[in-house]
Design a protein. Structure first.
Length: 216
């Protein structure tokens, strides 16, 4: 009978993926210190030696989770809801504001998506609780989007100070991507049964319409 077992490289990749998925869940729920490697490998159907072989240590497994979460979120932010930010913003204030609001709606639908629950919970826990993820989140997910949004903000709000435009852009993006961490608070205070049904209302709150702007 022919040997149908997958090549070693495929088995290794599958094992790594199982460990990262399980670790992301435990790190996201408990944090780095409280998460148990024994619980992680049990969930992954592996053993402790697999962590040492594939990652070397618990810390390196944690950083593999950070990278995987950042890359997945970054990929969805670029691909869901249309193309990523174009190189140049519209030339008029109203058109730039409309583009900003459309992009915020796309980002909100991404970060609130059930498909990203595990990644978002893991990554945002590191940010909110002062974990190790802030630098990687900025480098792999935020930096290019902050720069792009700042160009749109500069047009939409007639801002000539580039540093101020970047601070505005960073604040707006952080408000947007951190909403999943306060989902329950928002729902309790608004009476909404599901925050994902109210993306236009959230966009209005984060980046309000200006007089004369058409609702998009």
């Amino acid at each position: 009978m022919a040997d149908t077992a997958p090549p070693e490289t495929d088995r290794s990749a599958a094992t790594r993926a199982l460990l990262v998925t399980a670790a992301m869940k435990h790190f996201g729920e408990k944090g780095f210190d409280a998460a148990s490697l024994r619980d992680i490998v049990a969930d992954a159907g592996q053993n402790l030696s697999a962590v040492k072989y594939h990652f070397g240590s618990k810390e390196k497994l944690f950083y593999a989770c950070l990278r995987a979460a950042a890359q997945r979120i970054g990929s969805m932010l670029a691909l869901d809801g249309g193309p990523d930010w174009p190189a140049e913003p519209p030339v008029t204030e109203g058109a730039a504001r409309k583009a900003i609001r459309a992009r915020l709606a796309s980002v909100l639908r991404t970060v609130l998506s059930p498909r990203l629950d595990r990644e978002a919970r893991f990554l945002l826990r590191q940010i909110v609780l002062g974990g190790h993820g802030a630098e990687m989140l900025f480098a792999e997910v935020l930096v290019h989007r902050v720069e792009a949004l700042a160009r749109f903000i500069a047009v939409a709000e007639c801002i000539e100070d580039g540093d101020y435009a970047r601070r505005r852009a960073l604040t707006i993006i952080l408000q947007t991507i951190l909403l999943p961490t306060v989902r329950d608070v928002v729902q309790l205070n608004t009476g909404w049964s599901d925050i994902t049904d109210h993306v236009p209302d959230l966009v209005d709150t984060i980046y309000p319409l200006q007089p004369g702007d058409p609702r998009s």
